[in-house]
Design a protein around this ligand. Structure first.
Ligand code: GCO
Ligand code: MG
Length: 403
């Protein structure tokens, strides 16, 4: 028994907004969990502060599964990104504590390492194809075995996924969302050339990925997948919005390009049909938005039965705590596929010291007890919350569209 003495929510903005839950036990240990939901951060902070923290005090920190069920079933209102990010934060913090009590890195508690390292992919972005290829070359020189290629679409002024001013990531930079224009026709015409250049200039020994950000219809996605088949992509991500899981049947009927989806999923119910019908190849759900290690393991176990591998979301709006927890998860499960890796800003790293590291295309969670990521509260206090949104997308006739 290790009684929970206190729990607090820390909101900080070192480069971008992060919400962290810190749980302390009566025997002087603590664990931290990520609760960041980009653009809706304070909703999760309130959910935790007002509704979860009071219910945690006095509970046994070791009863991770029981606390998970208590927060999930006990709330009556199930699922949803706010609820599941809050539960995830508690879950991560409790696994962190258990690891510290055991004196073992989290992956050891999850069954030990199934591989030596976690293959990661990075983002090569550019306004033009040439710029994107140049960026990919730079990453390959750092050892990356897998690169996501995104380029500006000729005829569209700015596109989400292609950062402005050569910034390394896609910042949520506006107090009120800025508006982009979108044209599927222009995009679909431009994309094969990017991958043709990719294979031509980067060769065949690198995995190439692409994110369509939910912007296509199923039949468009089928056609795009077919057009991209000659380039043997690792995956085409988020081809269509996935609320209607059956929509993926149509894409599957038309292309053998591997499909990935799920960064906005928050429970196993969002992907049950996609997995059981083998409509996808990679599931992108990750620790913070899909109910923590406890729930993500359940998703991965289901996926394993159907030849679906994991490809956890790892953008910079997920805090280093999620990256650390995901790396332990990735190292331990049998059906790991790949992990996304976007570099956090240096200032983010000063607030979240971590044991994980990158070398030659692979990441490793490190050997620190627990998940190996901490928060420096003094540093965190220097960066107050700042409202910031990602852009929205409109079609050229003004219709609000998916971004
Ligand atoms: C990705 C994503 C991100 C998300 C962002 C939303 O594949 O990394 O699509 O860029 O858009 O994490 O908050
Ligand atoms: Mg994505």
């Amino acid at each position: 028994m290790s009684k929970i003495r206190a729990a607090k929510v820390i909101v900080t903005c070192p480069g971008r907004n992060f919400v962290t839950l810190k749980i302390e036990t009566e025997d002087g240990l603590y664990g931290v969990g990520d609760a960041t939901l980009n653009g809706r951060e304070l909703a999760v902070a309130s959910y935790l502060n007002d509704h979860v923290v009071p219910c945690l005090i006095g509970r046994d920190a070791h009863r991770i599964e029981d606390i998970w069920q208590y927060l999930y079933r006990g709330a009556y209102w199930r699922r949803g990104p706010v609820t599941m990010s809050a539960i995830a934060a508690v879950d991560m913090a409790l696994w962190d504590i258990k690891g510290k009590v055991a004196g073992l890195p989290l992956y050891q508690l999850l069954g030990g390492a199934s591989r030596d390292g976690v293959m990661v992919y990075c983002h090569a972005n550019g306004v033009t194809i040439e710029e994107t290829i140049e960026a990919a070359r730079g990453y390959m020189a750092q050892g990356y075995k897998a690169v996501r290629l995104q380029a500006g679409v000729p005829g569209l002024k700015s596109t989400y996924g292609v950062p402005k001013d050569k910034k390394p990531y896609e910042p949520a930079d506006a107090d009120i969302p800025t508006e982009n224009l979108w044209s599927t026709e222009k995009y679909m015409r431009s994309l094969p050339a990017l991958f043709e250049a990719g294979r031509d200039k980067l060769g065949w020994d690198v995995h190439l990925l692409h994110d369509a950000h939910h912007r296509l219809t199923p039949i468009e996605a089928g056609r795009l997948g077919k057009d991209l088949e000659p380039f043997r992509m690792f995956w085409l991500e988020d081809a269509v919005p996935a609320e209607n899981q059956a929509a993926f049947r149509l894409i599957r009927q038309h292309t053998t390009t591997p499909l990935a989806v799920g960064e906005i999923f928050n429970s196993i119910w969002d992907c049950k049909q996609l997995i059981e019908e083998q409509l996808i190849d990679y599931i992108r759900a990750t620790v913070v938005h899909a109910g923590g290690i406890t729930h993500l393991r359940r998703i991965a176990a289901l996926a394993d039965l159907y030849h679906v591998r994991t490809g956890c979301h790892g953008a910079t709006d997920l805090s280093p705590i999620t990256m650390g927890a995901a790396l332990h998860f990735n190292l331990s499960i049998p059906n790991f596929g790949i992990q996304e890796h976007m570099h956090h800003a240096a200032v983010t790293e000063t607030v979240f010291p971590h044991a994980y590291s990158y070398k030659d295309g692979y990441m490793h969670p490190g050997e620190a007890p627990g998940h190996g990521v901490d928060i420096d509260e003094k540093e965190a206090a220097k960066y107050p919350y700042k409202r910031a949104y990602l852009p929205v997308n409109r079609l050229e006739d003004g219709t609000l569209y998916n971004w």
